[in-house]
Design a protein around this ligand. Structure first.
Ligand SMILES: NCc1[nH]cc(CCC(=O)O)c1CC(=O)O
Ligand SMILES: [Zn+2]
Ligand SMILES: [Zn+2]
Length: 282
């Protein structure tokens, strides 16, 4: 991940300050707990630790940068000892009910700490409804955006991210809960379901190999904003191609994001954001 770093909470403002000066308006947080696997457990208890990196970072950013929109990825895989995105049955299969309950708890705690947006990336069935109800009960549904990673595919392109956050599953893989790359119908159903469950924004992930899905999502979503995530492997690939002399980095980065806009994305999550703040006229 060329140029990418993990930031501790005490250095976050120093990193983001210059970017906010250049026009950065929103961020999404991913937590990496400061413990080895022994601090992790079966239900990801440390995901919403009040002293943990996510809750601490939300509070700091809200205070330091009053105009910055703060979104949080919501998942358990960075915090569970088994590295899966939900709570498991003894035989290793996902146990949906406690998974969804736990994810909702985490999302509500991020919202309570001040997150403007909570974005579940786990892909458990029914979590959008559970989070929405949790936000309503906490009196936060009116001020917290619920952005669903709706069409998230079991892609080969997440490798650099999993290395960076140490969240690779200790056994098995994520194909039981992420969508098979060929599953157009399942993607449509997941998007329709998440909209019905109360998603305020939906997402397609990864981006470049899934522009057809993005375009279909545009139609399914109607007036709901549509995000896409240019993931770690896409970023690494674009950099590798530039390094190999295939194209100029800036042109390819711009072309990749332009194509996502053309396909219908309202919003793009990209590791190129600091570069774009340099490249694009204010
Ligand atoms: N559920 C965790 C999560 N949230 C975002 C990414 C991928 C991000 C990237 O590759 O940039 C992943 C990894 C995964 O599903 O294995
Ligand atoms: Zn996960
Ligand atoms: Zn399964």
């Amino acid at each position: 991940m060329p140029g990418q770093k993990r930031w501790s909470v005490d250095r976050l403002a120093g990193f983001l300050g210059p970017l906010v000066q250049k026009g950065l308006r929103s961020v999404i947080l991913f937590g990496i707990p400061e413990v080895n696997r022994s601090g992790k457990d079966g239900r990801g208890s440390i995901a919403d630790d009040p002293q943990g990196p996510v809750i601490q970072a939300i509070k700091l950013l809200r205070k330091e940068f009053p105009t910055l929109y703060v979104a949080c990825d919501v998942c358990l895989c960075e915090y569970t000892d088994h590295g899966h995105c939900g709570v498991l049955h003894p035989d290793g299969l996902i146990n949906n009910e406690p998974s969804v309950a736990r994810l909702a708890e985490v999302a509500v705690n991020y919202a309570r700490a001040g997150a403007h947006c909570v974005a579940p990336s786990d892909m458990m069935d029914g979590r959008i409804k559970a989070i929405k109800l949790g936000l309503i009960e906490a009196g936060l549904a009116g001020k917290t955006t619920l952005m669903s990673y709706s069409a998230k595919f079991a892609s080969a392109l997440y490798g650099p991210f999993r290395d960076a956050v140490d969240s690779a599953p200790s056994f098995g893989d994520r194909r039981c809960y992420q969508l098979p790359p060929g599953a157009r119908g399942l993607a449509r159903r997941a998007i329709t379901r998440d909209l019905a469950e109360g998603a305020d924004m939906i997402m397609v992930k990864p981006t470049m190999p899934y522009l057809d899905i993005l375009s279909e999502a545009r139609d399914l979503a109607g007036d709901v904003p549509l995000a896409c995530y240019q993931v770690s492997g896409e970023f690494a690939m674009i950099h590798a191609g530039a390094k190999a002399g295939v194209y100029e980095l800036r042109r390819m980065a711009e072309e990749s994001c332009m194509s996502a806009r053309r396909a219908g994305a309202t919003l793009i999550l990209s590791y190129f954001t600091p570069e774009f703040l340099e490249w694009l006229p204010a």
